[in-house]
Design a protein around this ligand. Structure first.
Ligand code: PEP
Ligand code: MG
Length: 906
């Protein structure tokens, strides 16, 4: 018999925190807390396997489930001293979703299950609080109708006509009619009538009665939680976060405790340390007389948990520390114990029912990049974690945030703040304001940089939030949906900027007396919660001593090398700052683009359009000093470190001049007619230039091109050696498919080498000769290729293009469809396709090293800075990865983490 149900409560549990895969994060941590003897309301968790069986069978529960639920429920009843569905002493439960990894607000929850006309009188008698009971009932109807009867049934009402919105409006109308300001002002009698109206509306709108049998409610809620795994929001979040579809969600059924039983009850969310900056201070928010949804929904500005959590927006509200000092002290102690036990920062949810504290959830908390770094370093200093754990505590992608721009403090000083809110997501951002998630997506697609402004965000907005540079909301706290999601992504975000008044119809916002319309530009400082008009200057946030100290520790555990792809002296300098150990790819064609390229480009064009070898040799001679100068500057900057210089690669026609004036200039220089220039250019056109006359093929047709470049490289090195320097050039031949190509170019190299040694009276130049592996045939013949190569470098841009047959310049048109339809899981031009391209890499590493055991092997395609690809390269014994300068820290950390994981046998 399969076990689908796992109980917890009363100091014991069937599972523990290590079982998130099976019990979801929520279920696993509730089990752990129960085992620790913390005050956790008893309950049980239906496993993710159960969800997957349910979904794959088209919505049928596994045969043995009912019996397992019955007995788990009986155990809960025993612990709580109440009975589900009992008219005298009814137990109410919540049904909560919980995947292996937290997906904030993306799936469903139903509270107060078990409340119905049969159990209401008993609960009123027991609590003596009629208002509370009817408030709980109206919440159940609203949630259940929305989640179970509408969403889980796949009903998609038009905007604003969903059952939840309709019921919300009825309640708002009642409040307006009777002049009630807040929900808590509605008295019992009105709530009772409201419940009747709600039920009538549910029948009218959805055509079915609200189920008033506790048993039906329970199974309806469980099914809806499971189905919410395949809800639209959850699917889109999974796509963005790369969460596999087959994980499924668990469903935790737990006895209800109530934070909405009056002034001595409350609910709250806290972090054991500050999740925005990592400070070691207990940090949180709470709401008196409320249920959990009220805090996360962002509809009321929550109170601060303690003094440390006070800020401009909430300083006037009483803290829990002040209001209920005893409960706060107990919570504070739990905070300390939980941190000690988990040895990490936790995100906790609690409820206080009539001054009694209950823990409803704990999980390792999401944090910004800066917070992750600070916490890891603090915990290391506090001796809470080891150095190795410290290295594992920061995700490579979080380093990206640390290197993200911030608003220039000098520019801020001279600018006026137009609005203030809570600093929910780090860094700075500016852009044009838009007011709907859809507009954010559309404007972003058309190349605009936008700031998404919302009253508060909800999970439906995720795609728009993703597309925006920054997010600004008028309501909500640090634990509201927008704040959680933005923090998770490291996106600049400000919430609860209450002075912003939004008018969605007019697509504008008003701050004080001023109106800002859609398209107006604002700047956000997400680290401080400040909004400015216009676009402020941004600066890099690199000079952080903590970051440097962390990277030093990282390098202690890294075994694979990290180099950079740098084509310009500027890139080279930046790469050294970020810790490059060499250059893995220097693309010589860079000197023909951008500033200062006019003269070399003219000479290159002259060379391309030459008709005879003589003409070509002359042009090459003129080009030579430019080539040598660039190479020499780079070798000098990287003195003592290897620099892989690639011979010319791109299709020649890319450089053919099209403008009349350039054509005329060339005609004059070559002493030919302009029509000849045009004709020669046309002759170079190809149908498939990516597979045309490029790379080594140019040197096969025109050996003098190879000769000139090799001479530039070796002569540059020889001159540096004469100056007492230690240049380490590596000559790399691109787009090869056969060892004979390598042998051909090597013969030229040998000749030039001998010549230069003689000219400079040197005994040797320490240089290497190798090839890119970027054509499948080269990968398949790696053993042969290694016969004439000291090193390989995987050009995974071309290797991916040639393996998939996807043109790397044209995938924009269809890649999104492949991803949306799940045909491929990730863009192979961003992360190595381990199944296909990966096999070629693995095969060539093995074959190449069989021929030459000391073969140096690297990767220089774009994927070289992607954490998963770095881990793959480590697993396949590559000597180094090479990536763009800004991704070096990410690659260093990914490589260290891969080594530590391998050591731990993971
Ligand atoms: C490659 O193909 O992966 C590569 C690094 O070369 P390029 O992108 O210049 O073709
Ligand atoms: Mg290439």
């Amino acid at each position: 018999m399969t076990t689908y149900v796992y109980s917890f409560g009363n100091g014991a549990a069937d599972g523990d925190a290590t079982q998130a895969e099976l019990l979801g994060g929520k279920g696993a941590n509730l089990a752990e807390m129960a085992q620790l003897g913390l005050p956790v309301p008893a309950g049980f968790t239906l496993s993710t396997d159960c969800c997957n069986d349910f979904l794959s069978s088209g919505g049928n529960y596994p045969g043995e489930l009912r019996e397992q639920v019955q007995s788990a429920l009986a155990a809960v009843e025993g612990i709580m001293g109440m009975k589900f569905g009992d008219p005298e002493n009814p137990l109410l439960v919540s049904c909560r979703s919980g995947a292996r990894q937290s997906m904030p607000g993306m799936m469903e929850t139903v509270l107060n299950v078990g409340l119905c006309p049969a159990t209401i009188p008993g609960l009123i008698k027991k609590t003596g609080n009629e208002r509370f009971v009817y408030d709980a009932y109206r919440r159940l109807i609203m949630m259940y109708a929305d989640v179970v009867m509408e969403k889980a049934e796949g009903i998609e009402p038009i905007d604003g006509m969903g059952i939840r919105s309709q019921l919300d409006r009825i309640m708002e109308d009642l409040k307006e009619e009777k002049n009630y300001i807040s929900d808590t002002d509605i008295p019992a009698e009105d709530l009772k009538n409201l419940c009747d109206t709600f039920k009538k509306t549910v029948r009218e709108v959805l055509g079915v009665d609200f189920p008033d049998k506790p048993e039906d409610q329970l199974w309806g809620a469980i099914g809806a939680v499971f189905k919410s795994w395949n809800g639209r929001r959850a699917i889109s979040y999974r796509r963005i976060e790369g969460i596999p579809d087959q994980w499924g969600t668990a469903c935790t059924v737990q006895s209800m405790v109530f934070g909405n039983m009056g002034a001595t009850s409350a609910t709250g969310v806290a972090f054991t340390r500050n999740p925005a900056n990592g400070e070691n201070r207990f940090y949180g928010e709470w709401l008196p007389d409320a249920q959990g949804e009220d805090v996360v929904a962002g509809t009321r500005t929550p109170n601060p948990l303690n003094n440390d959590t006070k800020n401009e927006q909430n300083a006037h509200l009483p803290s829990l520390e002040e209001e209920m000092p005893k409960v706060y002290a107990q919570l504070y102690e739990i905070r300390n114990n939980l941190e000690k036990h988990y040895r990490d920062m936790l995100d906790i949810e609690f409820t206080i029912q009539e001054e009694r504290l209950y823990m409803l959830q704990c999980r390792v908390g999401k944090r910004t990049g800066p917070a992750a770094l600070n916490m890891a370093m603090d915990m290391l200093e506090e001796k809470m974690i080891t150095e190795k754990e410290c290295v594992m505590r920061v995700k490579p992608s979080q380093l990206d945030e640390l290197l993200h721009p911030i608003v220039d403090p000098a520019h801020e000083k001279t600018s006026t703040v137009i609005a203030k809110g809570l600093p929910a997501g780090p860094g700075g951002a500016f852009g044009q304001i838009v007011f709907t998630a859809q507009d954010a997506v559309d404007w972003h697609k058309s190349g605009k940089q936008v700031i998404l402004v919302r009253e508060e965000t909800n999970p439906e907005d995720v795609e728009g939030m993703r597309a925006a540079e920054g997010i600004l909301t008028a309501r909500g706290g640090m634990t509201s949906h927008a704040a959680l999601v933005a923090r998770g992504w490291g996106k600049c975000c400000i919430v609860g900027a209450a002075m912003i008044k939004l008018d969605f119809k007019a697509k504008e916002m008003r701050i004080g007396g001023k109106v800002y319309k859609e398209g107006d530009v604002v700047t956000l400082n997400g680290s401080k919660g400040l909004v400015y008009e216009g676009a402020l200057k941004m600066v890099d946030a690199t000079e952080n001593p903590r970051f440097k100290a962390f990277m030093t520790i990282v390098d202690r555990y890294r075994t694979m090398g990290v180099r950079t792809n740098a084509d310009s002296p500027q890139d080279t300098l930046v790469s050294l700052e970020y810790g490059a150990e060499g250059i893995g790819l220097f693309r010589t064609e860079h000197m023909f683009y951008g500033g200062d390229s006019e003269e070399p480009l003219f000479l290159l064009r002259k060379m391309i359009l030459s008709d005879t070898e003589d003409e070509r040799r002359q042009a090459l001679e003129e080009l030579f000093p430019f080539m040598k100068r660039d190479i020499q500057a780079t070798l000098e900057t990287m003195d003592g470190m290897p620099v892989t210089i690639r011979l010319l690669d791109p299709p020649l026609h890319e450089f053919v001049p099209h403008g009349r004036s350039h054509q005329e200039e060339l005609a004059k220089a070559l002493d030919i007619d302009i029509d000849d220039v045009v004709r020669r250019g046309e002759e170079l056109q190809e149908s498939n230039p990516m597979m045309g006359h490029r790379g080594v093929r140019l040197g096969i047709t025109y050996p003098e091109i190879t000769e000139m470049q090799v001479r530039a490289i070796l002569e540059a090195a020889a001159e540096l050696i004469r100056q007492g320097k230690n240049p380490l050039p590596e000559i790399m031949v691109p787009v090869t498919c056969d060892v004979k190509e390598l042998i051909f170019a090597k013969a030229i190299t040998d000749r030039v080498y001998a010549d230069i040694l003689k000219t400079f009276s040197l005994d040797a130049i320490d240089y290497k000769y190798g090839t890119m592996i970027e054509i499948p045939r080269a990968a398949l013949l790696a053993d042969k290729m290694a016969e004439c190569a000291d090193f390989f470098s995987f050009g995974t841009n071309d290797l991916t293009q040639m393996t998939f047959g996807f043109s790397r310049d044209d995938t924009g048109g269809f890649m999104a469809d492949y991803l949306d339809r799940g045909i491929i899981e990730a863009d192979p031009f961003q992360t190595i396709d381990q199944d296909g391209v990966g096999q070629l890499i693995q095969y060539s590493v093995e074959r190449g090293r069989k021929t030459r055991p000391d073969l140096k092997i690297g990767i220089c395609g774009e994927q070289g800075g992607d954490p998963a690809s770095v881990a793959f390269c480590y697993a396949n014994n590559l000597t180094y990865v090479s990536c763009s300068p800004f991704r070096i820290p990410i690659a260093r950390l990914s490589a260290a983490q891969a080594a530590l994981k391998a050591e731990a046998g993971k």
